[in-house]
Design a protein around this ligand. Structure first.
Ligand SMILES: Cc1cc2nc3c(=O)[nH]c(=O)nc-3n(C[C@H](O)[C@H](O)[C@H](O)COP(=O)(O)O)c2cc1C
Ligand code: SF4
Length: 273
């Protein structure tokens, strides 16, 4: 059976599917013909579903991206440019979390949304590690602080200027590593292609942008990430397997604070080519 199933009554023979296929494997001769994929080219399909999505007639089905599973776009839900602008600009890094767990069903839904992020060659190799045990998270922060403390004692070690501040805060009862977040979600991918780190980052960005719809806030755990990269024992303590070289952790929880303004950012530096 061919990968493409064309409803010949609906197909307008406009070639939209062939023109939009990123792999250029849909052959379309022109009016009077129907699109097709040569059997020899089927292996090159990345299952992106563009051929199904771009057809305005619903005439094209794909054996691995079924038309029935591709939800029709609801024009009524398309957001205005002002809504999009405020939505994107109102994303904030949350550093004060309520002492309230994140329900696993909610995390599951967020991860489901994050799988719609772009992915190099549509490979979708990002996996997730969710830690929602506060004691474990505290223990991870403590390990990072211990590691920073040991570096501060070592005159030969390269130490970031803020390590002492973080250790002092910890001693005063403040967790500046994971901000006492109730949950840590790590996106991770196996090697070898380094492009997977971009997939990881994009998946987390999607998750972060989707979080507010459940009243949740997030913060990229860069201090933990830096510590894990410098000290593999910390990566092991978090539970990221060694054969997953690409990863990034994100704190997530219910925010204690609301923001009423959109802080301005530096203007972009653009080099036109
Ligand atoms: C890191 C990265 C690199 C990509 N490089 C290319 C590329 O060189 N050419 C291309 O046509 N698409 C590229 N893409 C787009 C992916 O193929 C695309 O995200 C995937 O097929 C899913 O389709 P969608 O983004 O329309 O959902 C890239 C995506 C990512 C995340
Ligand atoms: S799923 Fe994507 S790559 Fe495969 S035939 Fe359709 S458009 Fe081309």
């Amino acid at each position: 059976m061919s990968m493409l199933i064309i409803d010949q009554k609906k197909c307008a023979q406009d070639g939209l599917c062939a023109a939009d296929c990123p792999m250029g494997i849909i052959h379309f001769e022109g009016k009077g013909h129907f699109p097709e994929i040569a059997a020899a080219n089927e292996a090159a399909c990345i299952r992106c579903g563009h051929c199904v999505a771009v057809c305005p007639h619903g005439a094209l089905d794909h054996s691995e991206v079924p038309l029935a599973s591709c939800t029709a776009l609801d024009e009524a839900l398309v957001i205005s440019s002002a809504q999009a602008d405020q939505f994107l600009r109102s994303r904030r890094s949350i550093r004060q979390f309520k002492n309230k767990p994140v329900e696993r069903t909610t995390m599951q839904r967020l991860i489901e949304t994050a799988r719609y992020a772009p992915s190099a060659s549509n490979a979708r190799l990002v996996e997730w590690l969710v830690i929602d045990d506060r004691q474990r998270l505290e223990a991870i922060s403590a390990k990072v602080i211990d590691w920073m403390g040991s570096l501060l004692q070592d005159p030969k070690a390269t130490v970031m200027p803020y390590y002492q501040v973080l250790v002092n805060a910890w001693d005063a009862g403040v967790d500046s590593i994971l901000r006492s977040a109730p949950c840590l979600v790590t996106a991770m991918a196996k090697g070898p292609e380094s492009v997977r780190l971009i997939d990881v980052t994009l998946a987390l960005s999607y998750l972060e942008l989707a979080a507010p719809k459940y009243g949740l806030g997030t913060c990229w755990a860069g201090l933990l990430q830096g510590a894990m990269l410098a000290n593999p024992a910390l990566k092991q303590a978090v539970g990221i397997p060694r054969d997953y070289p690409y990863h990034f952790p994100l704190m997530i929880g219910y925010s204690k604070v609301r923001y009423y303004r959109l802080p301005e950012r530096k203007p972009p530096v653009i080099h036109w080519g």
